[in-house]
Design a protein around this ligand. Structure first.
Ligand SMILES: *Cc1c(COP(=O)(O)O)cnc(C)c1O
Length: 369
């Protein structure tokens, strides 16, 4: 068998190697150093925010952002039911309640109507997730937030460089949260970022990230803080990747086009969404098969793997996890069940995509029989 075509793999060029080497040789291997400063300032400029704060990963970015926004135990935070589990977990870390609501079929992102229905006197915040690289409908979400006095934390972990009506994600709410895990649009190995225009949120998040040490008195701590820092070595990798992001995003767009040419003509298949106001980052290729069930999907993924193609199921609804209460979210449940993700990464060639699509088409025919 040929080697497996993976779903995701990072692109590491000489630039990444040079920057990481430089960081290591400089001796600045922990969380101070010029790559940290440069990565933060360049990322803030890229997103169009005043501040950007590096953190250890996307999950700690969410946790810190919620703490810095003042979310407390007993508060309710509205979260889409279709997302990676970390979105809901970050709310639970605080002792707040994630209120799981449905998504819109035409974006797979949180439904503004479902948000309105879920608001109670205890609601404090909304976390829209720009799922699979497609931005959520932020104007509608911000209008609801304003009307009810709620905070908006964007989970942009899958959407670096995506745009909503010409503005980059991460700049559209009170703050934005990114991940640089190895399979994301850009990576620092592990890593995350909080973006914001709010100086006080930025300062609070930074203090809590650094053990809540007093800025004026060393080793003095007036609250319980955390060590959620990124290293200078990770920032070196992240900076090199950020300098290549335009190249990454246009290649993802090209790959998406290859998939569309080969799959979107087939009946009963639906690929990634593109709302008229959205610029999708195409973090990962999505294919929904109208008549799929969980069992058929397992067989489909097994058949793909046998023929040398790796794939992933869509995220399961958070409310299906034993640790979270059930939720009435038919759209999230339906799309979650019928979706799979196919290989999407910088070094994928048109020939590879051809192969993936041929394999996908024949595996699908096989499981339908
Ligand atoms: C990846 C991801 C996270 C968490 O990021 P980590 O860096 O893996 O902790 C959070 N939310 C979403 C939507 C993600 O895809």
């Amino acid at each position: 068998m040929d080697k497996l075509i993976p779903v995701s793999q990072p692109s590491i060029s000489q630039r990444e190697i040079d920057y990481v080497n430089d960081a290591v040789r400089s001796g600045w291997v922990s969380s101070l150093g010029r790559y940290i400063d440069e990565f933060e300032s360049r990322f803030a400029r890229y997103c169009g925010t005043r501040y950007a704060l590096t953190v250890s990963n996307g999950t700690t970015a969410l946790h810190l952002a919620l703490m810095a926004a003042g979310i407390k135990s007993g508060d309710e935070v509205i979260v889409p039911d279709l997302t990676f589990i970390a979105t809901a977990n970050s709310v639970a870390y605080i002792g707040a309640t994630p209120v799981l609501v449905d998504v819109d079929a035409d974006t797979l992102c949180i439904s503004p109507a479902a948000i309105e229905r879920a608001i109670t006197p205890r609601t404090r915040a909304i976390i829209p997730v720009h799922l699979y690289g497609h931005p959520a409908d932020m104007d509608l979400i911000n209008a609801i937030a304003e009307k009810h006095g709620l905070l908006v934390v964007e989970d942009a972990a899958e959407a670096h460089g995506a745009e909503y009506r010409g503005r980059r994600v991460g700049s559209l709410g009170m703050c934005g949260v990114f991940s640089f895990y190895g399979n994301k649009v850009i990576t620092s190995g592990e890593g995350g970022m909080i973006t914001t225009d709010d100086e006080s949120l930025y300062r609070t998040a930074k203090r809590l990230r650094d053990h809540a040490m007093s800025p004026t008195r060393r080793y003095w701590h007036e609250e319980i803080g955390y060590n959620y820092r990124m290293t200078n070595m990770q920032a070196a990798l992240g900076l090199a990747q950020l300098e290549r992001i335009d190249e990454f995003l246009s290649k993802r767009r090209e790959i998406m086009g290859w998939y569309r040419d080969r799959l979107s003509t087939q009946t009963k298949l639906r690929l990634n969404r593109d709302a008229s106001w959205a610029k999708n980052a195409y973090w990962i290729v999505c294919v929904e098969v109208e008549d799929l069930s969980d069992d058929l999907r397992q067989s489909l993924m097994a058949a793909l793997r046998e023929r040398g193609v790796d794939s992933r199921p869509y995220f399961y609804p958070v409310s299906d996890m034993p640790v979270y209460p059930d939720a009435d979210t038919p759209v999230a449940h339906h799309h979650s069940r019928i979706g799979i993700n196919l290989p999407t990464y910088f070094d994928l060639s048109e020939h590879d995509v051809n192969q993936v699509c041929e394999v996908f088409t024949s595996a699908l025919a096989q499981i339908r029989n």
